[in-house]
Design a binder for this molecule. Structure first.
Ligand code: FAE
Length: 540
């Protein structure tokens, strides 16, 4: 986060894209073709030196660095490879027009903003292995990306390095100096993180909503900060000028960006597959990992699924080493099941614990007519209100890309919420349960109110009550940022090695104990860079 008016030197080092050794393509097609070429479904009975479960941030870092070290890697991904155009000629659906591509195995959409001006927004869609999973647990819906590229396919691209003074609370057992000197810069370079051109931002119509957000923050005395993003800013300028197909300026984000955004397909995964040592099985879901009957290593059971979600084959393969990179929820669910069913009896009692929602809570404010937020809104956020030190909240000024003037300011707050939930295996339903309670969002609401009650009082404005249901102010039913469940130095050692089973590793968001103080993917990537370096040096 870079406070306005603070020099680049005072900002966290290495967040620029200048260090990047990656091709930062504005167009996604060539990289996507490369990843598709690497898609080679695994066959039953196969043996692989390293199997990686999941193709999000942690999995992609592991695959790239292992491949560069000369190791053959096979990645298993339950989602699709997203390389085929739909009837509209595009790979990804627009945020305002969800269709069969949008949701993971649902017959009705479950949009984070469920209502608008009194009308419900959700609609029927064909059941399909779509890109966004709205996974329901008892007290919370957890949104996750599905497909080769994981969460990088659907997220807002906000690439935020936590303030160093907050890092001790994020990963207490990790050497902060190493992270800020080596691994955060490496992650930011590898992800292609960059900053919006401030001069362009000041006049761009598509960021009027953000400038209104800044005005209101500053009039109430809150620090307003710019945040880096992985979107190709030159491409966005061309979108605004009308020279290229639009993506962020056409509201694309939640169901994928057809252009402009550097997902993992353009960065880590492109480099990993270019080594020739990484292959990927899309539409394959790992259901079991257990010590092999003989010869060491692990037996991994995998369901191949079709786009309707039905299992078409069950495969059994063996691997010397297995990396769990299925995301906080995916990895936690697998581990808690494997522990409870006796497949991995050595896992310790920390398994499934320490899960948090990164304190996510959403809200909208209704502005006066003189504070129009603009019909054209870029779907890529650029800025936020930093009240972490004083009130425990960092609120990103988020877009509402509806195509009409809404006079609304919309925010996703990341807050200091102390509650942590736990996964447990339910033998009756054969599912993993999570014991989160909706009431546990109250500290997040209180923290967000430290910002928005004050702004509303100052501006003479009110909260919107029409976005999350009827007369409901807070989007307190969801998270975009699941973290924890296999916490570093608890369920694993201090580098992600699972206890009790040599050769099994966790390398994704489940290592982070519930809160990152900012949007999490840069920290997930940096921690993965740190851990894989140690693992390659000592375990291979
Ligand atoms: P993740 O990226 O979720 O990858 C896990 C992969 O494993 C997925 O592709 C799964 O389909 C796959 N998988 C799961 N289970 C299995 C299985 N059993 N077998 C095979 N494959 C499996 O994990 N973060 C930010 O920092 N900035 C943002 O602006 C931001 N915006 C977001 C917006 C939305 C709508 C969402 C949903 C998330 C957002 N995030 C953002 C969060 C970010 O995407 C998330 O923290 C990371 O993607 C997590 O990375 P992991 O490597 O842990």
């Amino acid at each position: 986060m870079r406070p306005t008016g603070v020099s680049r030197r005072g900002f966290i080092a290495g967040t620029g894209s200048i260090l990047g050794g990656v091709a930062l393509a504005g167009h996604a097609a060539p990289a996507r073709a490369k990843a598709a070429a690497a898609a080679a479904p695994i066959t039953t009975g196969a043996h692989v030196p390293v199997l990686v479960i999941g193709t999000g941030y942690g999995g992609s870092v592991a695959a790239l660095r292992l491949a560069q070290a000369g190791v053959d890697v096979h990645m298993i991904e339950m989602g699709m490879s997203w390389d085929t155009s739909g009837p509209d000629g595009k790979i990804f659906a627009n945020t305002t027009r969800p269709d069969y591509r949008s949701f993971w195995l649902r017959t009705k959409t479950k949009q984070p903003l469920s209502n608008f001006l009194g009308f419900p927004l959700d609609k029927d869609v064909p059941r399909h292995t779509g890109i966004l999973d709205a996974e329901d647990f008892s007290g919370i819906t957890v949104y996750q990306g599905r497909g080769v590229g994981g969460g990088s396919l659907v997220n807002g691209g906000m690439a935020v390095t936590p303030r160093r003074e907050n890092f001790g609370a994020v990963l207490p057992t990790v050497n902060a100096a190493e992270m800020y000197d080596v691994y955060y810069p490496r992650a930011n370079a590898g992800l292609g993180v960059g900053h919006v051109d401030p001069a362009w931002w000041e006049s761009a119509a598509c960021y009027q909503y953000a400038r209104v957000g800044r005005k209101h923050a500053q009039r109430s005395g809150f620090p307003f900060v710019f945040v880096p993003n992985v979107y190709d800013w030159e491409y966005m300028k061309q979108e605004a000028a009308g020279g290229v197909p639009k993506s962020a300026l056409e509201g694309e984000a939640l169901y994928g960006n057809n252009h402009g955004k550097k997902s993992l397909l353009q960065t880590y995964l492109a480099r990993a597959t270019a080594t020739g040592k990484v292959t990927i099985s899309p539409l394959h879901k790992v259901t079991s990992v257990a010590p092999a009957a003989s010869g060491g290593g692990y037996t991994v059971v995998i369901d191949q699924v079709n786009t309707g979600g039905a299992t078409t084959a069950t495969k059994s393969v063996s691997a010397d080493k297995v990396f769990f990179a299925a995301g906080s929820v995916g990895t936690s669910k697998l581990l808690i099941k494997l522990k409870a069913t006796g497949a991995l009896p050595g896992l310790n009692d920390e398994t499934g614990k320490g899960w948090g929602d990164n304190g996510n809570v959403m809200c909208g404010r209704a502005n006066h007519m003189w504070d129009a937020t603009g019909r054209l809104q870029s779907s890529m956020p650029t800025a936020g209100i930093d009240n972490w030190a004083a009130g425990g909240a960092f609120a990103e000024v988020a877009p509402l890309p509806t195509g009409i003037e809404t006079y609304a300011s919309f925010y996703l707050s990341i807050t200091k919420n102390p509650h942590r939930a736990e996964f447990s295996w339910n033998a009756a339903t054969q599912r993993a349960d999570l014991n989160w309670q909706t009431a546990w969002k109250q500290p997040s609401i209180d923290a967000a109110r430290t910002i928005f009650d004050k702004i509303n009082a100052k501006e003479g404005t009110i909260y919107r009550t029409d976005l999350f249901g009827s007369y409901k102010i807070w989007g307190d039913h969801l998270t975009y940022h699941p973290l924890g469940g296999a916490v570093l130095n608890k369920a694993t050692d201090n580098y992600g090695r699972l206890h009790g089973h040599p050769g099994l590793y966790v390398i994704d968001g489940s290592l982070i104990p519930g809160n990152a103080s900012v949007n999490p993917f840069v920290t997930i990537t940096a921690l993965a860079e740190r851990n894989i370096e140690r693992i390659i040096a000592t375990d291979l």
